[in-house]
Design a binder for this molecule. Structure first.
Ligand code: NDP
Length: 437
C-alpha cells in the first residue's frame, strides 16, 4: 500500500493473490528468495500519454491514455483496452496484474498487459469515437506489435472501436499485421471471439458443477451486466437449460420471472450492443418484467450467480444475501467483481466460487487463437473454435483442481487458490530461467 498510494484496486488484486501464493511458496525457497511475486507485482513499464481530439461542436478535448505492460515472461504482452470514465492507473494496473495469471492459465504463450483511457464513450457520435480512437492509436502504435504487445477490447471497446484503432495502426505503420485482436471477420478477426468470454465462463461453471456432481440444466441463474460478457454468458446458460432471470446496467437491474429466452436475448443484444440503449427499456417492452433502479440483482433467489459487469460490484452484504438464498455457485465473468470480503465469504462457505482469472479466460484464449490464425494466414470455422474453447476451459478447470486444496466444511475445491497458484507457477518458472533481470 505504501508503494502504491491511492491505488486501492491494484493493492486489492495483489493482496488477494499474495494470500494464496505466500502459503504455497513458504517451503519453496527458489521462488521466495528470487522475490518472484514482488517482481510480478511491479509492472515492467507503464506508458501514460495525452489523447487530444475534437468533438462534433469543434471543442478540443483532452483525455489521458495508458498502456500497462505488466509481464512478458511467457509471451508478448496481451490484454484489453478499456474506455470508461472510471479508468485510472490503479484500475489498469490491477487488470494487467490479473491478466498475467489469467493468460498463464490458458497455456498459450501470452504475457499480461492492459490499457485504456478515462474517455467516456457514452453518448458520443460515431465520428467522435473514430476521432478519439485515431488519436489514441497515434501514440499507442509505437508501443505495440504482434511480437511485442497485442491489445484487444474490454469495457467500452467493442468491434467498432477495434476497427478504428486497427485502421489507424495500419495507416501509421504501413503494415497489415495482427497487432490487435477482437477484429471483425472481414479483416482478420476470429470466429467465436465475441462469444468466447461469456461462453467460456459457462463452460468453466459446467465443469465445476460436474466436479461437484451437479449440472446447469434446470437451475435458476442471475447475471449482472448486459454487455458483451453478460449477454453471451446468459445465452450459453439458456442453451444449457438454465432459467436466467436478471440482467443489469449501471442504472439498475431487470428481473423477468419467466426467464429470458433466445428471442428476448436477441432483443436485448440489439438494445444494448447495437442501439446503445438502457436495460430499463426491457421492462417497457416485456410487461412481466420489473426494473429495479439503482440496484444490483444479488438478492433475487437463484442457484447460480454470474457477476459480469465490473470490478467490486458484489460486496459482503451481497454475498450474505446470496448465501442466505442457498446459492450453489458464483462464477465471475467480470474482472474482480467480488470484493475481498465477498470472495472470502464464498470460500469460507465452501460453495463453488469460480474466480475471474480462471472463469473469464476464454476471451483472451480465443484472442490467442486469433493471433495464431493471423500468423498462419488461416481462419478456422466456429465449430472448430468452440471445440477448442471447451477444451481450453476444461483444461483450466483441471489445472485449478490440481493446485487447489479444499475449503469449507464439506471440503469443496478452492478454485481461487488453484487459479492463483497454477497461474503463478508457469510465469515464475520462466522468470527464474531468465535470472535476475
Ligand atoms: P461491456 O462494455 O460490453 O459491458 C459492460 C456492462 O457492465 C454494461 O452493461 C455496463 O452498463 C455494465 N456496468 C458497467 N459499470 C457498471 C456498474 N458500476 N454497475 C452495474 N453495471 C455496470 O464490457 P464487457 O462485457 O466486455 O466487460 C465486462 C467485464 O468483463 C469487465 O470487468 C471486463 O474487464 C471483463 N472481461 C471482458 C472480456 C471481454 O472479452 N470483453 C474478457 C475478460 C474479462 P452500462 O451500459 O450502463 O455502461
Amino acid at each position: 500500500r505504501q508503494r502504491n498510494p491511492g491505488q486501492d484496486e491494484f493493492v486489492q488484486a495483489v493482496h488477494d493473490v499474495a494470500q494464496d501464493i505466500w502459503g504455497w511458496i513458504e517451503d519453496k525457497p527458489r521462488y521466495h528468495e528470487a522475490e518472484i511475486l514482488r517482481r510480478i507485482a511491479e509492472p515492467d513499464r507503464i506508458v501514460s500519454f495525452r489523447v487530444c481530439w475534437e468533438d462534433d461542436d469543434h471543442n478540443i478535448r483532452v483525455e489521458r491514455g495508458w498502456r500497462v505492460q505488466n509481464n512478458n515472461a511467457i509471451g508478448p504482452y496481451k490484454g484489453g483496452l478499456r474506455f470508461d470514465e472510471s479508468v485510472n492507473e490503479s484500475v489498469l494496473k490491477f487488470l494487467a496484474f490479473e491478466q498475467t495469471f489469467k493468460n498463464s492459465l490458458t497455456g498459450l504463450p501470452m504475457g499480461g498487459g492492459k490499457g485504456g483511457s478515462n474517455f467516456n464513450p457514452k453518448g458520443k457520435s460515431d465520428a467522435e469515437i473514430m476521432r478519439f480512437c485515431q488519436s489514441f492509436m497515434t501514440e499507442l502504435y509505437r508501443h505495440i506489435g504482434p511480437n511485442t504487445d497485442v491489445p484487444a477490447g474490454d469495457m467500452g471497446v467493442g468491434s467498432r472501436e477495434i476497427g478504428y484503432l486497427f485502421g489507424q495502426y495500419k495507416r501509421l505503420t504501413g503494415r497489415w499485421e495482427g497487432a490487435l485482436t477482437g477484429k471483425a471477420l472481414e479483416y482478420g478477426g476470429s470466429q467465436m471471439r465475441p462469444e468466447a468470454t461469456g461462453y467460456g465462463a459457462v463452460y468453466f461453471l459446467r465443469a465445476a458443477l460436474k466436479e461437484a456432481g451437479e449440472k446447469i440444466d434446470g437451475k435458476t441463474a442471475i447475471v449482472s451486466g448486459s454487455g458483451n460478457v453478460a449477454l453471451h454468458a446468459a445465452r450459453k446458460l439458456v442453451d444449457c437449460g438454465a432459467k436466467v432471470v436478471t440482467l443489469s446496467d449501471s442504472d439498475g437491474f431487470v428481473h423477468d420471472p419467466d426467464g429470458f429466452d433466445n428471442d428476448k436475448l436477441d432483443w436485448i443484444y440489439d438494445l444494448k450492443l447495437e442501439r446503445r440503449g438502457r436495460i430499463s427499456e426491457y421492462a417497457d417492452e416485456y410487461s412481466r418484467a420489473e426494473f429495479h433502479e439503482g440496484k444490483a440483482p444479488w438478492a433475487v433467489e437463484s442457484d447460480l450467480a454470474l457477476p459480469c459487469a465490473t470490478q467490486n460490484e458484489l460486496d459482503e452484504d451481497d454475498a450474505k444475501a446470496l448465501l442466505d438464498n442457498d446459492v450453489l455457485a458464483v462464477c465471475e465473468g467480470a474482472n474482480m467483481p467480488s470484493t475481498t470480503e465477498a470472495a472470502d465469504a464464498f470460500r469460507e462457505a465452501g460453495i463453488i466460487f469460480a474466480p475471474a482469472k480462471a472463469a473469464n479466460a476464454g476471451g483472451v484464449a480465443v484472442s490467442g487463437l486469433e493471433m495464431s490464425q493471423n500468423a498462419e494466414r488461416v481462419s478456422w470455422d466456429s465449430d472448430t473454435l468452440d471445440d477448442k474453447l471447451v477444451a481450453l476451459m476444461e483444461d483450466i478447470h483441471d489445472k485449478c483442481v490440481e493446485h487447489a486444496g479444499e475449503t469449507g466444511e464439506d471440503g469443496a475445491v478452492d478454485y481461487a487458490r488453484g487459479a492463483n497458484i497454477a497461474g503463478f507457477r508457469k510465469v515464475a518458472d520462466a522468470m527464474l530461467a531468465y535470472g535476475v533481470i
